[in-house]
Design a protein around this ligand. Structure first.
Ligand SMILES: Cc1cc2nc3c(=O)[nH]c(=O)nc-3n(C[C@H](O)[C@H](O)[C@H](O)COP(=O)(O)O)c2cc1C
Ligand SMILES: CC(C)CC(=O)C(=O)O
Length: 356
């Protein structure tokens, strides 16, 4: 099944409230729409006769090697979409060689997620996404859980100082997890939050000082997710981030920001290769992956398509999504004469409404 067909099947079989939770964005959903549309404004300028008989699309990232430059972005509550939840996602990512970013808001605890990945492939790469908690001891407890589980990097999400206002969820009354589900990584932490949606930490009082405290509390590399302004990318590097993820949270936070891919060049330019820059938001085709890499991303994350695959067909559905993106990317790389990811360069992308 194609990504479109998997989405359509997921939509048919899912409870509409759960469908809306995944599909929706903040405000009038302008950013949600623009993330995808923005990729249509870019075109590749292939190079020819480059003599690359073989292609290697593998990528070295902090604490992980990916078979290709497509990661599974951190997304909440997989058991709402399929009974196997994050276990199925983990097995699929491992089987496809994709780095999995599992998150604080997972409905399966990080230890079990990593175990499912490593039962599939012994050295499967799993990162852990977390939000900083205003109480440092809670952040530290989460970090210990991720370390003990065997995660090889942390991703700290910084674009949610407050929760985005999502019209669909408000209309549907989706304000917390249904009975029987919890954000499992939030269980039994200091202060003992039970794992409700409102236990997911968000605070506008957080600052780079809290980020520094996180770095001091772990030896793992820490990437910063949710950066759009080049000045923040520079601050992230100055504070010791191991990578920067250009992201507007899939259009679920501020509905008045640019499409994620439109922020990529400026951030990559500012970072200037000191740490890897990643991108997520609106990646739906292998050619989108190629555009992002040409604009300076080392890899991209994919959110909703993975969830549609999971809802439509569990582990097999997620595998199809990852395989389609991998094949599409490899094909585009071939059409551009490339032998590896770094053969896609900024001079090979043009932007505008055409004609080019
Ligand atoms: C249902 C859903 C849940 C998400 N949960 C989280 C989360 O818990 N933490 C986080 O940092 N990002 C979260 N995100 C954002 C994704 O990591 C990613 O930034 C976004 O989905 C990328 O856009 P895409 O869906 O267009 O690929 C979530 C996105 C969706 C759709
Ligand atoms: C539970 C939320 C914090 C997950 C999230 O970030 C999202 O829904 O976009």
């Amino acid at each position: 099944m194609t990504l479109r067909a998997l989405h359509d099947r997921a939509r048919r079989i899912l409870d509409p409230v759960r469908y809306d939770f995944v599909a929706g964005g903040a405000g009038a959903e302008r950013v949600l729409a623009d993330n995808e549309r923005a990729f249509d404004r870019y075109r590749l300028l292939p190079r020819v006769l480059r003599g690359n008989a073989r292609r290697d699309t593998s990528v070295d990232l902090p604490g992980a090697r990916g078979a290709g430059p497509v990661l599974v972005a951190p997304t909440a509550f997989h058991r709402l979409l399929h009974p196997d939840g994050e276990r199925a996602t983990a097995r699929a990512a491992a089987a496809e060689g994709a780095v999995l970013v599992t998150g604080l808001a997972a409905t399966v605890a990080v230890g079990e997620v990593v175990a499912a990945a490593r039962e599939t492939v012994a050295d499967a790469a799993v990162w852990f996404q977390l939000s900083l908690h205003p109480r440092p001891e809670v952040t530290e407890a989460l970090v210990r859980r991720a370390e003990q589980a065997g995660c090889t990097a942390l991703v700290v999400t910084v674009d949610a100082p407050v929760f985005g206002r999502r019209a669909r969820d408000l209309r549907n009354g989706f304000t917390d997890l249904p009975p029987g589900y919890a954000a499992e990584n939030m269980r039994d932490l200091p202060g003992a939050p039970p794992g409700a949606l409102t236990d997911i930490p968000m605070s506008p009082a957080l600052s780079w000082r809290d980020f520094d405290a996180l770095l001091a509390a772990t030896a793992l590399p820490v990437l910063v997710k949710g950066v759009l302004h080049p000045a923040d990318a520079l601050l992230a590097v100055a504070h010791g981030a191991a990578g920067v993820v250009v992201s507007n949270h899939g259009g679920r936070q501020c509905d008045t920001v640019p499409a994620a891919v439109d922020c990529l060049s400026a951030v990559a330019g500012a970072v200037a290769g000191r740490v890897p820059v990643l991108l997520d938001g609106g990646v739906r085709r292998g050619s989108d992956v190629a555009v992002a890499l040409a604009l300076g991303a080392a890899a991209v994350g994919v959110g909703r398509p993975v969830l549609w695959g999971l809802a439509a067909d569990g582990e097999a559905g997620v595998r199809q999504v990852l395989a389609e993106l991998r094949d599409g990317y490899d094909h585009t790389l071939a059409l551009c004469g490339g032998g590896g990811n770094t053969d896609l360069t900024p001079d090979m992308v043009v932007r505008g409404d055409g004609p080019w």
